[in-house]
Design a protein around this ligand. Structure first.
Ligand code: ATP
Ligand code: MG
Length: 662
C-alpha cells in the first residue's frame, strides 16, 4: 500500500579570539558615562498594550499583551466563526494531539499555545490527546516527556486522552461504514495503488478492482484482517470516496491497516496485543475530535487538503463534525528540528542527547535555562497566520534576553580568572561590599568580601596599555564593581611556557587618612562615572575575592553554547547538515568563579519569580530555575549535571547579539 495512504502526512500534500565573543560587550563601551535609567518593572503577565503593526517594529517594541495572539488575526477570525459545539454546547473545546514518537520542539510550542491558550482565553477546555496509532514508534518516555512539557509551559489539560481509548468505537464505526458502502477491503500492492491514484505523472485515476466487491465480502475480509489472516500490506480497509474529486485526500484513503505479523509482532504501549489492525491518522483523527466534542480542530496547514476528507468521514458515519482550521507551522533557521536528524546528531556525537542545550527540543531549551514564559512570549509576539514562518533563531534569543533582563538577579561571574594581588592591602584585609541583585531595588541586596587577592577575567587585562583599552593594563586604573576606590596596575607575571598572564599586581587607590580622593589619570581622561565612587554598576569590571572564610569564590564549570551549525540553513548544504556542524558549538570554562551571592539566588529560586510564573504553577523546580545574569558576561543557569562541590552552569544567552553575526 502506498505510504502516503497510511502515514500521518497528508497525501500528496504538500574560536577563540583574545576576547571571547560573550565578553565583547565589554567595559570599553560601558565605561563611558551613562545615564542611569529608571529601574524597569518586570514585564507584566497581564495587561493589554496598544497594538501597532508588527512587521515594522524591532523586537523590543512588540506588544507585551500575552493574549494578543488570541485577540487578533487568525485566531480571532476563527473564534468569530463560533461553531456550535457537540450537543449544542457553546464552549470552546480544543485538543493538542501529538504522536508519542519523539520529543517536542520549539515548533510544537506554537501548537500547544494555540490549542491550550485559545481554550483558556475563551474559558473553554483543551485535551492533551496522544495520537497513539503507530505502536512501533511509540515509547513510554515520549508520553511522559510530552506531558511534562505541556505542564512546564503552564498548561493543564482538562483530560489526558489517547486515540487508543477509542479503538473499540472506531472499529465499530468502520464496520458500520462498510455496511453503508462507505469502505472496502483492498488487496492491491503499493505500486498498484500509486498507479490507481494517477502515479507520479498525474495520469488518469482509476478504481481498484476491489472497490465494487459486495460489502458483505468486505466486512468478512475486514474481520479476517482483525483476526490475523493477513500480513501487513496484504489487505487494507480503504474509504470509498470520490476519485473524480481534484483533492488527493478524496482518492480512497486507507482507513485501517494490518500491523501485526508473526515475524513482527506488534505490542501497543497501552493495550498490548489486543489489536492486529490499526486505524490510520485520517480515519482516527477526525473521529476522535468528534467523540471529544472538539469545536475548533486547529492544525498546521499541511492538513489543509485533509479538511475535505475530515468532514467527509464525519458526515459519512453521521457523527458530530468539528470545525478544522489550519495555521502556519513555525520553523526556525540555523538548526534542525526533525527527529531523524536529531537522532543523527546524537549518533555522531555532535550533541550528547535529546536535551543537549544546543538543540531546540523543548527539553533542551528547558535544560539550557530558557524560561517557559520567554517561549510563550516569543510565540505570542510572532502572532498566528496561515503563512508558514521561518524565524531566525537570533530573534528567539533576543526575546529570551529581553525576558531575562528584568526578571532574573545579577551576580559577578568570572569565566577565565586571573588573580590580582593588591599589594597595599594587609594580608587579612576583609571588607564586605554591598551589591544589589538587580537594577530593580525589589530584588534586594547582598554583600561579598573584598580582600587582598581578587580574581578578574583574563580579557579584562592587557599586557600593554593602548588608547582604546580602558580596562586593566600596566600603569592603568579601573574600578572594581562597587568597591569604593579603583586599583592601578603595578606589574604582572607570565608563565614562560605558555606566555599566559598568571598574576597581576595592583595598588588600591584609597586616599591616606585625611586626604581627599584624586581620580587616577586614566580615569580622569575617560571622565567616567561622574558620581564615582558610588556610580552605576556597569561602569566597572567584575571581580571575585579570594576569601576562604566566606567560601569565596564559588567554583564552577561553565558551558558556553554557540550555534550548532555554521549555516543559516543546514539542510540545504549539498553534503547534508552534518557537514556544517560547528566544531566549536560548546566552549567549556572549567575554572570559572562565581561570587557568594549564588547561595541566596539558589535559595530564592525559581527565577523569574513573578507572580504567575509558570515554573511555580507546575511545581517544577529543576536546577535550571536558578537563573542569573553574570554581569558583563551573559545569562546563566545551573545544569542538571551539577553536584554540590562541582557546579555546572549553562549559558542561556549572551548579553547582546554578536555584532559580527547580526
Ligand atoms: P515533527 O514531524 O516535526 O515531529 P509532527 O507534525 O509529526 O512534527 P506531531 O506529534 O504530530 O508532530 O505534532 C502535534 C501537533 O503539533 C500537530 O498538530 C502538529 O501540526 C503540530 N506541530 C508540529 N510541528 C509544528 C511546528 N513546527 N509548528 C507548529 N505546529 C507544529
Ligand atoms: Mg509526526
Amino acid at each position: 500500500m502506498a505510504d502516503k495512504m497510511e502515514s500521518r502526512e497528508p497525501a500528496d500534500g504538500a574560536a577563540v579570539n583574545a576576547i571571547p565573543q560573550h565578553l565583547e560587550d565589554s567595559a570599553d563601551s560601558k565605561l563611558k558615562p551613562k545615564k542611569e535609567k529608571a529601574p524597569k518593572t518586570p514585564t507584566p503577565l497581564k495587561g493589554p498594550t496598544p497594538l501597532r503593526p508588527k512587521a515594522l517594529l524591532p523586537v523590543k517594541d512588540l506588544p507585551v499583551d500575552p493574549d494578543s495572539m488570541f485577540k487578533n488575526g487568525f485566531l480571532a477570525d476563527v473564534y468569530s466563526e463560533r461553531p456550535v459545539g457537540k450537543d449544542g454546547i457553546h464552549k470552546v473545546v480544543t485538543r493538542f494531539p501529538p504522536e508519542p514518537n519523539g520529543f517536542l520542539h520549539l515548533g510544537h510550542s506554537k501548537a500547544i499555545m494555540i490549542n491550550f491558550g485559545f481554550a483558556r482565553f475563551h474559558g473553554g477546555d483543551c485535551y492533551l490527546r496522544f495520537d497513539d496509532t503507530n505502536p512501533a514508534s511509540e515509547e513510554e518516555k515520549y508520553f511522559t516527556a510530552i506531558e511534562e512539557m505541556v505542564s512546564w509551559l503552564g498548561f493543564k489539560p482538562i483530560k489526558i486522552t489517547h486515540s487508543s481509548d477509542n479503538f473499540d468505537h472506531l472499529y465499530k464505526l468502520a464496520e458500520d461504514l462498510i455496511q453503508r458502502d462507505g469502505a472496502y477491503v483492498c488487496h492491491c500492492t503499493k505500486a498498484e495503488v500509486v498507479a490507481q491514484r494517477g502515479g507520479s505523472k498525474n495520469k488518469p485515476r482509476y478504481a481498484c478492482p476491489h472497490r465494487d466487491r459486495p460489502f458483505a465480502e468486505s466486512l468478512n475480509e475486514f474481520r479476517a484482517m482483525r483476526d490475523g489472516k493477513y500480513k501487513p500490506q496484504e489487505a487494507v480497509l480503504r474509504l470509498k470516496q470520490d476519485l473524480e474529486n481534484g483533492n488527493p485526500q478524496m482518492w480512497d484513503l486507507a482507513a485501517y491497516r494490518v500491523l501485526d505479523s508473526e515475524e513482527n509482532p506488534v505490542r501497543h504501549n497501552r493495550i498490548g496485543d489486543k489489536w492486529k489492525i490499526y486505524p490510520t491518522y485520517d480515519f482516527t483523527h477526525c473521529l476522535c475530535d468528534s467523540f471529544e466534542g472538539i469545536t475548533h480542530s486547529l492544525c498546521t496547514t499541511e492538513f489543509e487538503l485533509s479538511r475535505v476528507s475530515y468532514e467527509w468521514l464525519c458526515d459519512r458515519v453521521k457523527v458530530y463534525k468539528p470545525m478544522q482550521r489550519e495555521f502556519g507551522r513555525l520553523n526556525v533557521s540555523g538548526t534542525v528540528l526533525s527527529k531523524r536528524k536529531i537522532m543523527k546528531l546524537i549518533e555522531n556525537a555532535c550533541v550528547r542527547d535529546w536535551d543537549d542545550p544546543r538543540l531546540y527540543t523543548l527539553i533542551a531549551l528547558r535544560r539550557r535555562g530558557v524560561p517557559p514564559g520567554a517561549i510563550l512570549t516569543f510565540v505570542n509576539e510572532l502572532g498566528v497566520t496561515k503563512a508558514e514562518t521561518t524565524i531566525d533563531i537570533k530573534r528567539f534569543e533576543q526575546v529570551v534576553r529581553k525576558y531575562l533582563e528584568n526578571t532574573v538577579p545579577r551576580l559577578m561571574l568570572v569565566l577565565d580568572p586571573i588573580p590580582v594581588v593588591i599589594e597595599n592591602l594587609r594580608e587579612n584585609h576583609l571588607e564586605m561590599v554591598e551589591l544589589p541583585f538587580s537594577k530593580d531595588p525589589a530584588f534586594g541586596v547582598h554583600t561579598v568580601p573584598f580582600t587582598k587577592t581578587v580574581y578578574i577575567d583574563r580579557s579584562d587585562f592587557r599586557e600593554t596599555a593602548s588608547k582604546d583599552f580602558f580596562r586593566l593594563a600596566p600603569g592603568g586604573s579601573v574600578g572594581l564593581l562597587k568597591v569604593p576606590y579603583p586599583i592601578t596596575v603595578t606589574g604582572f607575571e607570565t608563565d614562560p611556557a605558555s606566555g599566559l598572564v598568571t598574576l597581576v599586581r595592583a595598588h588600591y587607590e584609597k586616599p591616606e587618612e585625611g586626604a581627599t580622593f584624586k581620580k587616577p589619570k586614566t580615569l580622569q581622561r575617560k571622565s567616567f562615572a561622574p558620581n564615582y565612587p558610588h556610580a552605576n554598576l556597569s561602569s566597572y569590571i567584575h571581580w571575585i575575592a579570594d576569601c576562604p572564610s566566606k567560601n569565596s569564590p564559588v567554583k564552577a564549570t561553565v558551558r558556553v553554547f554557540n550555534p550548532l551549525f555554521n549555516a543559516e540553513n543546514p539542510d540545504s548544504h549539498p553534503d547534508g547538515f552534518l557537514a556544517v556542524v560547528n566544531s566549536k558549538s560548546e566552549e567549556v570554562y572549567s575554572n570559572a568563579m562565581i561570587e557568594i551571592g549564588l547561595d541566596e539566588i539558589k535559595r530564592r529560586a525559581p527565577w523569574p519569580n513573578l507572580e504567575g510564573e509558570r515554573d511555580i504553577a507546575c511545581g517544577q523546580m529543576g536546577p535550571e530555575t536558578v537563573r542569573f545574569q553574570g554581569m558583563r558576561v551573559a545569562y546563566f543557569c545551573l545544569d542538571r549535571d551539577s553536584v554540590d562541590d562541582n557546579l555546572i552552569l549553562n549559558r542561556i544567552v549572551s548579553l547582546k547579539e554578536d555584532a559580527k553575526k547580526a
